[in-house]
Design a binder for this molecule. Structure first.
Ligand SMILES: [Zn+2]
Length: 876
């Protein structure tokens, strides 16, 4: 068993090499950013399973190329992803004309911009799989390669949307038998081909749209290929389907081969098409609705489940293959000689970095410097060698203003690591000798970052700096107002930036010299300052002790605060055994589930027989705890926060708790957590407990609206796997964190919606959770209408009618952005509580669940647990 676990972890660690090998072997190209996302989306098990499935069955996926012609309907697909602003405009159009569409999204862009894909799903449209990066001519690839590609893409999209696509589409590819077998083995029931493509450059008038619609027939599948974001730096160069990255130089403004505002032309063409489609009385359906017409049946597709031993054997074989190969081994051994591009710094520091580049437009630079001074921002400026020579006065001014300097490089095609290295060395020397500046920061602001460049940066012990947000994009060149740019860069759903993110501004691109300065100021105001806790009675401007404001700092300064940096994912070896994900869960089956659940379930008064206790008999349900109180003699209440949110929501809660020296328990919904591990880490860094709230928020029992009865949404095994995945994510970010040598990650589980079922409870224990904690007070804070209303709800939850503390109350709140009043309500309650005398029976202290739910705690043994009190040193 131990050997198996070791092998598995070796396999996971080797994931990077595995993927790198997979991409480099076939194409000879480098996809150097893979290291950034592969950690979050390990698909080795799925790949192994699909490979095994392929050996067992030669079944092929069916091909959907059209649907029934009996009705005036057709299916519309969008293939690939454009930038978020364009995608939002497309979604708005579809809503406006009430059109259904199927979006085939590729794995890499989904990993890069998950929010866009979430937006598609939220808008009610279908999301399906467009392979890992929409590569063309895939029929030429070996079958194993296809399976790796499909499975990896499927993993990324499933994690992002919470459900696996059923359909696959390959870009410009012939569907050979081999490809169809690979698709089937990877879990797809069908692959899709389109008869018709909408060509935006041709649909320039209604007449043209009408002519195009005239060629369609009922049952047609019409595809729109989306333009890739033409900005290579943001788009992960080289990954675009059939569209080579456009390599841009600073100062070089006229770019060939880019149509004027291609996105605008596309949107206009799509709108004309939709209008004409409506006029022609075509209804639109999802491609999946055409499935039945292809005679392939309606069975729900689930990947074949095979024995864990078989999967392990396959993984072992893969690992052996990997390390048996000389090149792979060399790559693994020397994996560290390639600098990782830092886009978000893994830190818990409440800081964001601004970086700037492009000195050619001295007016714009001067304006930026003035703005930064006004805003009291210190930033990092990346300077290229010719700029040092051409603009020394400007550079001296930047340095004099106290900003940090880094080196901008642009390796030539085919340049070796040694050549790039000597450029960097020369630039460092020039900066030192002529400007008195030392730096180890290097940025390649445009073009593909090659392996040679990474190697050069690493060999000189420099850091390679990328960005999480690229403010200046090619298509915005003539935009005149910051509002125009903001809408396209952030869309509606991005409430705030996140701690550790690097935001890059290019100063030599806009026609409007003041636009970069405007953007630097507006991004701070709208996406950074709004993260701070700012109320009438406590805000960073009036209260110097209010430290809730995120600071904008140079990259190097954030990187120098090493005590706040961390390794992500956390090294499994650093995780204490008690909270290790490898530790087997409680052995609970139908025979002994009852004693355990009576002992380990802290319930809720609304969870009652016939409503949300599926599988428990009436007698059993009666014995389940419904008090929601932790048994204790202390005047203690437990604050708990569920789900997940942005920095803007969670930072406010963290500040209020810190201000009142209170520690709480955060039950994390994990499906989006790995997009912002810094924030989760920051919660634990303040001493709060971390608990599991599942990965997908599927309740253990739900009400079937048809029968009004309760149903389960996942079987026991599926549910247990989901919870284990959620726990692994929590461990990957917080597994090594402890306070007073007590781990902050806990084995506590909060049921989504608080509903429970017998099978669900068994799955919870099997997945390693030890206590199920609902609570005594459901605040419904996400729908509170005002602060006073919420304060009263919480008061009712923690005080008896006589005004005494309800000992052991567990208050259920949320950390979502919708829970807008939660932080302020708590601030008010905790401030009032602090003002009370210690002997006042209505004075409570705030506890963490881990201090009370210690080993041996039993919800049915009151006498034993009444003696438990908080350990010494606990605050309040
Ligand atoms: Zn929840």
């Amino acid at each position: 068993m131990a050997a198996l676990l070791l092998l598995l972890s070796v396999c996971l660690l080797a994931g990077g090499v595995f993927l790198k090998d997979l991409f480099t072997a076939q194409t000879g190209d480098e996809y150097p950013t893979i290291t950034d996302w592969k950690r979050s989306y390990q698909a080795e098990a799925e790949i192994a399973q699909a490979l095994e499935q392929l050996q067992q069955s030669p079944d092929k996926a069916s091909v959907i190329s059209r649907g029934s012609s009996a009705q005036q309907q057709l299916a519309l697909t969008f293939d690939g992803l454009a930038d978020r602003g364009t995608m939002q405009r497309i979604l708005d159009l579809l809503a406006k004309y009430q059109v259904k569409a199927t979006f085939f999204v590729d794995g890499l862009q989904t990993a890069e911009d998950p929010q866009t894909v979430i937006n598609i799903k939220t808008a009610g449209q279908r999301v399906e799989n467009y392979t890992l990066y929409g590569m063309g001519k895939m029929e030429k690839l070996p079958v194993e390669r296809l399976i790796k590609d499909f499975s990896q893409a499927q993993k990324i999209i499933s994690i992002t949307t919470g459900q696996g696509p059923n359909l696959l589409k390959c870009n410009d590819t012939q569907y050979t038998d081999q490809l169809l077998q690979a698709a089937k083995a990877a879990g797809f029931k069908s692959v899709v081909s389109s008869e018709f493509y909408l060509n935006a450059t041709q649909i320039t008038s209604f007449a043209a749209a009408e002519a195009f619609v005239g060629t369609l027939r009922p049952g047609s599948i019409v595809a729109v290929k989306l333009l890739r974001n033409a900005e290579p730096v943001i788009n992960e160069q080289g990954l675009a389907a059939g569209a080579p990255a456009v390599d841009k130089q600073p100062g070089l403004k006229a770019l060939p081969a880019l149509t004027d505002q291609p996105e605008t032309a596309l949107i206009a063409a799509v709108e004309r098409f939709l209008i004409v489609l409506n006029k022609a009385d075509y209804a639109t359906v999802y491609v999946e609705d055409f499935y039945q017409h292809n005679g392939a049946g309606t069975a729900k597709i689930t990947p074949a489940v095979s024995g864990p031993a078989k999967i392990a054997a396959l993984i072992r074989a893969q690992v052996a293959e990997l390390f048996g190969s000389r090149t792979a081994y060399a790559a693994a051994a020397t994996g560290d000689n390639q600098a990782r591009e830092i886009k978000t710094i893994f830190t818990t520091e409440p800081a964001i970095a601004y970086t700037f580049g492009g000195l050619a437009n001295e007016t714009a630079v001067a304006d930026v410097l003035g703005r930064l001074k006004e805003l009291d921002i210190k930033a990092t400026f990346f300077v290229a060698e010719p700029e040092m020579q051409k603009h020394p006065v400007v550079l001296r001014q930047i340095i004099a203003d106290g900003h940090e300097i880094g080196i901008a490089i642009r390796p030539k095609n085919g340049e070796t690591a040694a050549e790039t290295g000597s450029t960097i060395r020369r630039n460092r020397q020039a900066l030192q000798e002529q400007f008195g500046v030392e730096t180890n920061l290097v940025k390649q602001p445009w073009g593909a970052v090659t392996a040679a460049a990474r190697e050069a940066v690493a060999s000189l012990e420099c850091r390679l700096i990328g960005q999480a947000v690229n403010v200046v994009q090619s298509k915005h060149q003539d935009y005149t107002s910051a509002d125009q740019v903001m809408a396209e860069i952030f869309g509606r759903s991005v409430h705030s930036l996140a701690r550790g993110q690097i935001v890059h501004f290019r100063m030599d691109y806009y026609t409007n010299d003041k636009l970069i300065g405007d953007l630097a100021a507006i991004i701070k105001q709208r996406k950074v300052d709004n993260i701070a806790y700012a109320t009438a009675f406590d805000n960073p401007a009036s209260n110097p002790a209010n430290d809730s404001q995120y600071r904008i700092k140079p990259v190097g300064e954030i990187l120098s605060h090493t005590q706040l940096l961390y390794q992500y994912p956390v090294d499994p070896a650093a995780v204490p055994a008690h909270v290790s994900a490898d530790r087997p869960g409680l052995r609970v089956d139908e025979a002994n589930v009852l004693p355990e659940v009576f002992k380990r379930y802290i319930g809720n008064k609304d969870v009652a027989y016939g409503k949300s206790t599926l599988g428990f008999s009436k007698m059993e349900a009666r014995r389940l705890d419904n008090s929601g109180l932790i048994h204790t003699g202390d005047n203690v209440v437990f604050l708990t926060f569920d789900d997940w949110g942005t920095d803007a929501a969670i930072n406010k809660i963290l500040y209020v708790l810190r201000k009142h020296k209170a520690t709480a328990t955060f039950f994390i919904l994990t499906n989006n957590v790995l997009h912002n591990p810094n924030l989760l880490r920051a919660i634990a860094a303040e001493g709060h407990n971390i608990g599991n709230h599942s990965d997908q928020h599927k309740p253990m029992a739900a009400r079937d609206p048809k029968t009004a009865g309760q149903v389960i949404l996942q079987d026991k095994q599926e549910y247990s796997q989901e919870l284990a995945l959620a726990y692994k994510k929590l461990q990957a970010v917080t597994g090594d964190m402890a306070r007073h040598s007590q781990p902050l990650l806990t084995r506590f589980f909060r049921p989504p919606t608080l509903a429970i079922s017998k099978a669900g409870v068994e799955a919870v224990f099997a997945a390693g959770s030890e206590y199920i904690v609902s609570g005594s007070c459901s605040t419904n804070d996400y729908k509170a209408e005002s602060v006073p209303q919420l304060v009263n709800i919480i008061k009712d939850g923690i005080y008896t009618k006589n005004g005494e503390v309800k000992k052991g109350s567990v208050v259920v709140m949320h950390m979502t952005d919708s829970a807008a009043y939660t932080a302020m309500a708590l601030d008010i309650l905790l401030t009032a509580n602090e003002a009370k005398a210690d002997a006042d029976p209505s004075k409570f202290k705030v506890g963490r669940l881990a201090d009370y739910l210690t080993e041996g705690y039993s919800q049915i043994n009151r006498r034993q647990t009444l003696q438990l009190t908080a350990p010494a040193g606990q605050n309040i």
